[in-house]
Design a protein around this ligand. Structure first.
Ligand code: BGC
Length: 945
């Protein structure tokens, strides 16, 4: 056995976070001698020489153990886990640590600020003298600067974090960071401590309602305490007060949307004493200070660009990947020369382009003083792949490095490889969508004048995020902001979080407050987030109930966005809402939330709420049925999204809805028309009702609308719209058209959950038990999915060869259970996989497998490769609208659908063509049909047409 991935509150070696009653987690891998029987664990938490907690040997939950450690402020803890099995094998984990922040301790520091000075961003500084004699044991800075801040000691950055303190509902709380300054202050003597402030989300232009000087504030301010602890035990605190000096940096302008201006020629100014904030305002700000929840935004992947000389004569650097982040660039230009960088996502006609960023300037300007410099943005970030460079005489791409910035979230927990490189790239594009939109808050996009925490986008993508990575700590901070915003709105939800004044979310967007915590619980097995967020979840449900009233007013009581950006819009409506009735979407989302609430209440032991939400769910279901379904159960809204929702939420007879959905997909020639609401569920709905071929048809479609068309066009992220660029690569509009919006990346949840078939089980969350029910497809050929769950790595791999040979491999982590369903398998395959246990399969449809590695190969009970020819039976041809259209295009006056049913079992070749179309098939027509059908037969990527 080996212990790895040791986390506290889902973070590694955290420093200064608000941990509440901390949750410990770790993973035990079965390596070497196989573990036997029950596994017991022991968790010991120490602070210094003392033991803060020792669980003793017990059956601890490795996904979430909360032993109730009472933490002290500004204290470093170490912790270690050991495990043993029944055979007496023992494994000891490595020692890990975490450290608390101020935990609400009173502040000795005062808020200090300064005046405006032609936009020059202030640098607040003070000399710190560390005592000679006793060596410094530890130095920590506890800091919050508004809008943004960077701390330097002796001219060096003290932290690798960008854009601190991040974005939050600044009017409700302010995040304090803890910075380890031990190394920086180690040498005894004088040190220069400087904090430069920027505008950021707090004070800079941001959001749709730009008030003067920013939405949350209009001043620069700082509070900081540096705690010095010497080896002899003595302790000293250096705090912000009037003795601090205010100097001016060379940053003359910055904000999130427009970028940053730096003028290196500006003269240094005489430092002025810092100003204390008005006591009332200072007290109000101090009352809002709280240890951080935001994982740090820091450097991740680095990119070396290539240089493109465009037809318009521009010099453009191409990173080859659309990222969110910063850059480093070496420059050495004559004094007074201006270097100007502009950032964009796509070239048009080979030239630099950025009109889809709307009003965001997304630029960096530097006025040179004649010295060499390394440029880097400090108080902004960009969503970009291309950089247009002006003012650099001898531009060498090697002088530029693109740097992806995103929150410290693991983004590689889930991996998918298939035999189709376009699908593989699609998964990576969704992963980049996650990285690029995980800049402290889950944003809609990282480039244009928006970049806000749109709640709908976040909830739609959250299952995919939980498969691709480990977003628990990241979303926890978002949910904290959400709960605070809701508190101020009487339970209502803002459209974006933090709200920036954008309130009044309707369905789906508002339901994020229920759906996201539930997904986190399902995937992690840690109910802490449900406990913390329960009040907000209930408040939203109460809010909707009040608006719905006794007369079902919910559809008209809020700004519902329907099936946002669907392609089936109807005349007379905002074309972005799609054709699916907004009221229907709103009620289905309400129902989904009510069901989640009932289940969450059960988890939390809230019996009365469980009953209340079960009753609500029942009432909503019957209302939905009476309002939107015929008495016999046909959904009256004939859209792909409506039928898909009917299936996945069990609103009516699934078979009937499946057929209707299949018909609509085929009527469109195998295309989807869904928007934000239907897209995440349409492939699941097709799989659930036996139309998995249609689901794969949607996935593998290379024309628009479809997931692979952007990939073919060279996209490296997910687009906001199915046709953000037309098929010739031209941008289709600039008003709302980002190339880095992750909602349609939600297809990854289907890839993991339905093609690999790996899904969490709410009754044993955190993958203690999981479903493994793969849906194989000949056209995709093979798929391998790995997922590093909270209890170890799952692996599902399948391949289809020949017409029907299937091979399936499965790894179930130690201590976990898989409920496995084999696709199209004969009894012998079930027996081979699970021995006697397969006898139970008939009733349950699955076999249960414990931790271990399994493989099975078999001949499927149905042909997996679909081939069409003149020997195909008419019924099979009729099931394929494209085949019918092709044949009818070749044979005039033919209406295949009118063919008498007794002929349906007849191969095409033997049909009485004379009767069907008044003359026999000519040899030429036969050849044409044969060729058309051959063209419609299953193909794999890379096979010749
Ligand atoms: C955002 C979306 C968002 C939508 C809702 C857009 O501007 O970019 O992703 O969900 O507005 O109105």
């Amino acid at each position: 056995m080996r212990i790895r991935t040791c986390r506290v509150n889902h973070m590694t070696e955290s420093l200064g976070f608000d941990l509440g009653s901390p949750t410990f987690s770790w993973v035990v891998d079965d390596v070497g001698e196989a573990a036997r029987g029950r596994i017991e664990s022991r968790l010991v938490v120490r602070s210094g020489a003392g033991v803060a907690c020792d669980t003793g040997w017990a059956e601890l939950d490795c996904a979430a153990t909360r032993p109730g450690v009472a933490l002290l402020p500004r204290t470093r803890y170490t912790w270690q886990v050991s495990v043993r099995d029944e055979a007496g094998h023992v494994a000891e984990g490595v020692e890990h640590s975490f450290e608390t922040g101020k935990m609400g301790e009173p502040w000795q520091a005062a808020w200090i600020g300064c005046d405006e000075a032609d936009g020059r961003h202030p640098t607040l500084s003070r000399t710190i003298t560390t005592r000679p004699g006793a060596p410094l044991a530890a130095a920590r800075a506890y800091v919050c600067g508004l809008g943004l801040y960077e701390v330097e000691v002796d001219g060096r950055l003290a932290s690798t974090e960008h854009l601190a303190p991040g974005t939050c509902a600044y009017d409700k709380w302010l995040q304090v960071a803890t910075i380890d300054l031990t190394g920086a202050l180690a040498a005894p003597g004088e040190h220069d401590l400087r904090v430069t402030l920027g505008d950021g989300w707090y004070k800079g232009r941001f959001g749709f309602i730009p008030t003067r000087g920013g939405y949350y504030g209009d001043d620069w301010s700082l509070i900081a305490e540096v705690h010095l602890t010497y080896a002899d035990g003595s302790h000293e605190v250096v705090a912000t007060d009037e003795s601090w000096q205010v100097g001016r940096s060379n940053v003359t302008f910055s904000n999130i949307y427009d970028g940053e201006h730096v003028d290196a020629t500006l003269p240094a100014v005489e430092p002025m004493p810092a100003r204390l904030l008005d006591p009332e305002e200072a007290a109000a700000r101090t009352a809002r200070l709280r240890d951080r929840l935001s994982p740090a935004v820091s450097d991740h992947e680095l990119f070396s660009p290539t240089l493109v000389e465009t037809p318009a004569g521009e010099k453009v650097l191409d990173l080859g990947q659309n990222i969110a982040g910063g850059f480093r660039m070496r420059v050495h230009e004559p004094a007074g020369a201006t270097v100007r960088l502009q950032f964009g996502e796509v070239l048009q006609d080979g030239n630099f382009y950025r009109d889809n960023l709307r009003s965001a300037q997304a630029a960096y300007t530097f006025v040179s003083d004649g010295e060499p410099h390394v440029l880097r943005p400090r108080f902004t970030y960009y969503g970009y792949r291309y950089v247009k460079v002006e003012g650099v005489a001898d531009l060498r791409p090697s002088d530029f490095e693109g740097v992806a910035w995103y929150s410290d979230v693991e983004t590689t927990a889930g991996q998918i490889r298939t035999a189709n490189p376009l699908v593989n790239r699609l998964v990576e594009n969704a992963r980049w969508g996650m990285r690029d939109n995980f800049v402290d808050t889950p944003t809609d996009c990282p480039q244009r004048d928006e970049r806000m925490g749109w709640t709908g986008d976040a909830q739609i993508f959250s299952p995919t995020a939980c498969y691709l990575g480990k977003p628990y700590a990241f979303y926890r901070k978002y949910l904290h902001d959400m709960a605070l915003e809701q508190e101020g709105l009487g339970g209502a939800m803002p459209m974006v979080v933090p709200s920036f004044g954008l309130v009044g979310a309707g369905s789906v967007w508002g339901d994020a407050t229920v759906v996201i915590p539930w997904n986190l619980y399902l995937f992690s097995g840690d109910d802490a987030v449900l406990r913390e967020h329960w009040g907000a979840m209930r408040a939203w449900m109460d809010h909707v109930a009040a608006l719905d009233g006794d007369d079902h007013s919910w559809p008209s009581a809020a700004a519902h966005l329907g099936d946002w950006l669907a392609l089936d819009s109807r005349p007379g409506k905002d074309e972005r809402f799609g054709a699916t009735d907004e009221g229907f979407v709103a009620y289905v989302a309400y129902l989904q939330s009510a069901r989640i609430m009932a289940r969450a209440a059960a988890v939390l032991g809230e019996g009365a709420d469980k009953a209340r939400f079960e009753a609500l769910a029942e009432a909503l279901l019957s209302w939905i049925r009476s309002e939107y379904f015929s008495p016999n159960g046909r959904c009256c809204i004939d859209t792909q999204t409506a039928h898909a929702l009917t299936i996945v939420h069990g609103l009516a007879d699934a078979r009937r809805a499946g057929r209707a959905l299949h018909d609509l997909v085929q009527a469109m020639g195998g295309q989807l028309t869904c928007g934000f609401v239907g897209t995440p569920v349409i492939c699941e709905a097709l799989c659930r009702t036996g139309y998995e071929r249609d689901a794969y048809q949607l996935l593998l479609r290379e024309r628009q609308p479809g997931w692979l068309n952007p990939v073919i066009q060279g996209a490296t992220t997910i687009w906001e719209r199915w046709d953000s660029l037309d098929e010739d690569g031209r941008i289709t509009g600039t008003s709302m058209n980002s190339l880095n919006h992750y909602a349609y990346g939600s297809i990854c949840a289907w890839l993991f959950g339905w093609t690999a078939g790996l899904r969490p089980d709410a009754a044993a969350p955190g993958f203690a038990r999981a479903t493994v029910a793969p849906h194989v497809d000949w056209r995709l050929g093979k798929l391998e999915a790995t997922f590093d769950s909270p209890r170890g790595t799952w692996r599902v791999a399948w391949s289809v060869s020949g017409e029907r040979s299937v091979r399936l491999e499965l790894t179930v982590p130690l201590g976990c259970t898989a409920r496995v369903t084999l696709p199209h398998a004969p009894k012998s395959a079930w027996l081979a996989l699970a021995g006697d246990a397969s006898d139970d399969r008939g009733a349950r449809g699955y076999v249960e497998l414990e931790g271990g590695t399994y493989a099975v190969a078999y001949e499927a009970t149905v042909a997996l490769r679909r081939t069409l020819s003149l020997d195909t039976r008419l019924s099979d041809v009729l099931a394929d609208s494209a085949a019918v259209a092709a044949i009818e295009g070749i044979v005039p006056h033919l209406h295949l659908a009118m063919t008498p049913t007794e002929l349906h079992a007849t191969p095409l070749r033997e049909l009485p063509w004379q009767d069907l179309c008044h003359r026999p098939l000519s040899a030429e027509q036969q050849r044409a049909i044969e060729a058309a059908l051959e063209g419609l037969s299953d193909r794999r990527y890379g096979e010749e047409d």
